[in-house]
Design a binder for this molecule. Structure first.
Ligand code: SAH
Length: 225
């Protein structure tokens, strides 16, 4: 009954949809069952507080929604999967590139991470910072700026998550990852389909790369041209 889903979507139905997507993609992601910690964090964050009022009834649908400025709040399953692939421990230091509305930031905070998040659209950064503070996510620090350069003063990070499509993995981000740290990033052309990649930094500075799933993100802008 897909066409009725919007009427009834709740945090519980969202969690069920996420678990089902995880099972169906498990062979490719290597994570057919998401960890209890990630599912608890997804349950704990009120997604309706991150979407526009007119989209409140759709807040727990397992789909992306518009947040203005041509940007989107990601699909809940994709947020859950990317969070899972980061393997966040409580107290972990995480860099996020692409704060958007701050939903992914909040999920990472709910897992006990300290999150530094960069957003290139200044009004979105300001709105997300205010929203996260109002909701009590005190371990989130949001700054307006180009995330392709990372946040060198705060490096190294245990994990880096990029929530916009990169044409190639930004080298500054690899440089700011600690050895053993994880980088989760959609890589591919803007406007099409990208491949979600998970990189783990090795002792020699190189990365082991796993290609996970096809995804569709808004483009990562900025960067030195
Ligand atoms: N993390 C969000 C998804 C945001 S969509 C969520 O939880 O739903 C991607 C965001 O990346 C957009 O807000 C876009 O403005 C931002 N972005 C694009 N290029 C960027 C860059 N170079 N640096 C920082 N943010 C960028």
């Amino acid at each position: 009954m897909r066409w009725l889903a919007g009427v009834d979507a709740t945090p519980d139905t969202m969690l069920e949809a996420i678990a089902q997507d995880a099972r169906e993609t498990g062979r490719r992601t290597g994570r057919p069952a998401l960890s209890a910690a990630v599912l608890d964090a997804m349950r704990a964050v009120p997604r309706e507080a991150f979407v526009a009022e007119e989209n409140a009834a759709l807040a727990y649908e397992n789909r992306p929604l518009s947040i203005g400025h041509g940007q989107t709040i990601s699909q809940p399953f994709v947020v859950a999967l990317m969070t899972e692939l980061l393997d966040v421990e409580p107290g972990a230091r995480i860099l996020e590139v692409g704060t958007g509305c701050g939903y992914q930031t909040a999920v990472l905070c709910a897992l006990g991470a300290a999150v530094h998040s960069l957003e290139i659209v200044a009004p979105l950064a300001a709105a997300a910072a205010a929203r996260l503070a109002a909701l009590g996510y005190a371990q989130a620090t949001v700054r307006a700026g180009d995330g392709q350069a990372g946040w060198p003063e705060q490096a190294p990070f245990d994990g880096i998550i990029v929530t916009a499509a990169a044409r190639a993995v930004p080298p500054a981000l690899v440089a700011q990852l600690r050895v053993g740290g994880r980088l989760v990033v959609p890589v591919g052309p803007a406007g099409g389909t990208q491949r979600l990649q998970r990189l783990v930094k090795q002792a020699d500075g190189a990365c082991e790369t796993q290609t996970v799933l096809p995804v569709a993100f808004v483009p990562l802008t900025g960067g030195q041209r």
